[in-house]
Write a protein of this length. Structure first.
Length: 251
């Protein structure tokens, strides 16, 4: 049985990842800052309230993982949406808060997972980036920059850890159904003087499938990237967004 760690795993994409790895028969460990959501996770999961941007807390948590026998799969999934504003209106505090969790948390997760996986001579790291991390996105400078950084981190991990049998890949979800995306659309609508439905149509019309994706779609990609079937897949950026390179914008 593989031990799978998922950061920000108590809700949204992370929760869907936990359920997917659980269904595959894996031993699921989840961190999150939302203790109520952690309490609602299945009792068979190991859950810990850990802030991924806290170096000391992450070091202590990975010491616990090491004592339990190490980790086989790490999903560095934690991130925050950050502000919705033009770059000149983003405060330094809001920039730091977004980057510290979204990129800094991925760094700390990889930093403490890498020695365990190198010692084992195997492992898979799946980092959650975003389509904003390959295309950029107006009014979301901190988030887009952090998600681009996640991809740079992943590429470096793949090169550094590949000789030790450890793979690293990044998933780039598009717009994912759920409360978080609803909040993003509401803030974007306010910033642009649009309605929520107008913002939704803008997102959906930019995809070839004319829809948002589900958290479960992203989770299934994570399970594949951690599987033997992806045993020679590393250093890759894989979008899960129902999108083509140049979709026809007409319905």
């Amino acid at each position: 049985m593989r031990r799978v760690l998922i950061t920000a795993g108590a809700s949204g994409i992370g929760r869907a990842m936990g359920e997917a790895f659980d269904a595959a028969g894996d031993d699921v460990w989840v961190t999150d800052v939302d203790e109520a959501a952690l309490a609602a996770c299945p009792a068979r999961w190991t859950t810990r309230p850990v802030d991924v941007s806290d170096d000391a807390a992450m070091k202590a948590f990975f010491a616990e993982i090491a004592a339990a026998g190490g980790v086989d799969v790490v999903c560095a999934n934690a991130g925050v949406a950050g502000p919705t504003a033009l770059v000149e209106d983003v405060s330094w505090a809001d920039w730091q808060a977004c980057v510290d969790v979204t990129l800094g948390g991925a760094f700390l997760t990889a930093k403490y997972a890498a020695p365990l996986m190198k010692a084992a001579g195997a492992g898979a790291i799946v980092l959650t980036s975003s389509t904003a991390g390959v295309n950029g996105y107006p009014n979301r400078a901190p988030y887009a920059a952090a998600k681009w950084g996640v991809i740079g981190l992943m590429k470096t991990l793949a090169m550094e850890l590949g000789p030790f049998g450890v793979r690293a890949n990044a998933i780039c979800p598009g717009a994912v159904e759920g409360p978080r995306m609803e909040g993003v659309m509401e803030r974007e609508a306010e910033a642009k003087g649009m309605t929520r439905d107008e913002v939704f149509r803008g997102y959906a019309s930019g995809t070839s499938m004319r829809c948002f994706v589900r958290a479960e779609d992203v989770a299934q990609m994570a399970v594949f990237l951690a599987s033997d079937g992806a045993g020679r897949v590393s250093g890759q950026v894989i979008s899960v967004d129902g999108h083509t390179e140049n979709p026809d914008p007409k319905p």
